[in-house]
Design a protein around this ligand. Structure first.
Ligand code: ASP
Length: 346
C-alpha cells in the first residue's frame, strides 16, 4: 500500500499537471529543511492571499501541530490584512455601511462552529472556533454572535477603515442604496466584488502529519450586500465541509449559488463515492452552471478540495481563480485553477 508521502508526491504532480504554477519555485524550502513533524502535512487555500495564510498555518504544521490550530492560525492572516477588502478588518461594508463578517471552522471529526453577520470583531474565525468548543451550537449570528464574542473576552473595534469607507461612499453615489437581487447581472457582480479587485473569501483546508483534517473559511462577504445578508462561507456544507474519512472542500464566489447546491458537501460526497478531488470540483461547478446556464456566464464560483491523502482539486466557472498549496517540499506554491469559461472578473 502506498504511503501517505507517496500520495502527496503523486498529488503534487497531479496538481501541477492540472494547473500552471504562477510562482517560480525559487523560494521553496527543501523537505530536509522542514522539521520532522511536517512530514505528510499539507495546507491549501483559495486565492493569492492564500500564500501568506498558508505560511502561517505551516508554522503550526511544521512543528507537528494539529490541522485545526493550523487553519485557525492561517485564516487570521487575511483577516488582519487591511489591504484585503473582502476578509476581516478592512473588508468592504454592506450597502448601509456595516462591515459584517462570516466565518466557519470544521474539524475532520465533524465538530464545527460558525458566526454570521458578526460586527466589530476582527477575527471571526476565532469566534467560530469558540462557538464550536464552548457552546452546544454550530452557528451564532448578528447581535447574538457579538454578545457571545464579548462574553468570551474578544476586543471590539470599528472594522470600517477609511479606505473602505471611501469606497462605500463612491459606490453610494451611483447605487443609491438600491437593493439588487438579480444574480445574473455581471455589473452587479462586479460591483459586489468592489468593482476593481479580485479579493474574495479565504477557504483553507489542511491535513496534518498525523493525518487529521480541518478547514476554515472567513470573509466579509460581497461588498455592498443588503444588511443581514449571509453568504456561503459560514454555512457548513456550503462554503466549507470536512470529513476526516474522506477530505474537505471549500468555496469562493457567489455564495447564493453555492448554498443552493450545498457545494462543499457535494464535493466531499463525490470524493467519498470515488471521484478524485479534481473530478469532484468539476462536477460541483457543472451543477451550478447547469442550473443557471445564462447566469453562470456572468458569475464566479470556485471550489477547492483536499482529499485525506493530500491530493488536491480545484475548478471554477470563470478564469482567474487561484489557489495556494504548501507542504514540506514547497511553502509558496500558487496555481491557476482550470475553469469552464475563459473570461475573468478579476
Ligand atoms: N463566497 C463569498 C460570499 O458569497 C464571497 C466570495 O468569495 O467572493 O459571501
Amino acid at each position: 500500500m502506498p504511503s501517505r508521502r507517496d500520495f502527496l508526491k503523486t498529488s503534487m504532480l497531479a496538481a501541477g499537471a492540472l494547473a500552471a504554477p504562477r510562482f517560480a519555485a525559487a523560494t521553496a524550502v527543501p523537505s530536509k529543511g522542514a522539521l520532522p513533524g511536517a512530514e505528510g502535512a499539507r495546507v491549501i487555500s483559495t486565492w493569492d492571499f492564500g500564500v501568506p495564510a498558508n505560511r502561517a498555518a505551516w508554522t503550526v504544521l511544521a512543528r507537528g501541530g494539529n490541522a485545526l490550530d493550523a487553519v485557525e492560525q492561517g485564516a487570521q492572516v487575511p483577516e488582519s490584512d487591511l489591504a484585503n477588502h473582502s476578509v476581516g478588518k478592512g473588508g468592504y461594508p454592506d450597502r448601509d455601511g456595516h462591515v459584517t463578517l462570516d466565518a466557519s471552522i470544521m474539524d475532520g471529526d465533524g465538530r464545527c462552529g460558525a458566526v454570521a453577520c458578526l460586527e466589530n470583531i476582527a477575527h471571526p474565525i476565532r469566534v467560530a472556533r469558540r462557538v464550536m468548543e464552548a457552546t452546544p451550537h454550530v452557528l451564532l449570528v448578528g447581535d447574538g454572535a457579538l454578545q457571545f464574542a464579548r462574553e468570551q473576552g474578544f476586543h471590539e473595534e470599528n472594522l470600517l477603515t477609511p479606505e473602505a469607507e471611501k469606497a462605500w461612499h463612491e459606490w453610494l453615489r451611483s447605487a443609491k442604496h438600491r437593493p439588487v437581487a438579480n444574480s445574473e447581472n455581471a455589473d452587479y457582480h462586479r460591483s459586489l466584488r468592489g468593482g476593481h479587485d479580485n479579493h474574495d473569501t479565504i477557504g483553507m483546508l489542511a491535513v496534518d502529519a498525523h493525518g487529521h483534517l480541518a478547514g476554515a473559511c472567513t470573509t466579509s462577504g460581497m461588498a455592498w450586500k443588503m444588511h443581514g445578508r449571509v453568504g456561503d462561507s459560514p454555512i457548513i456544507g456550503a462554503g466549507l465541509y470536512v470529513d476526516g474519512e474522506v477530505g474537505g472542500a471549500t468555496s469562493t464566489g457567489v455564495g447564493e449559488e453555492v448554498i443552493r447546491n450545498a457545494g462543499s458537501f457535494l464535493v466531499v460526497e463525490l470524493m467519498r463515492q470515488g471521484r478524485s478531488p479534481q473530478e469532484a470540483c468539476e462536477e460541483a461547478v457543472r451543477r451550478i452552471v447547469k442550473k443557471r446556464p445564462d447566469g453562470a456566464k456572468e458569475m464566479q464560483v470556485g471550489f477547492l478540495a483536499l482529499r485525506r491523502d493530500g491530493a488536491v482539486g480545484a475548478h471554477a466557472i470563470q478564469r482567474g481563480f487561484t489557489y495556494a498549496v504548501c507542504d514540506a517540499t514547497k511553502q509558496d506554491g500558487l496555481f491557476a485553477s482550470p475553469s469552464v469559461y475563459a473570461t475573468s472578473f478579476s
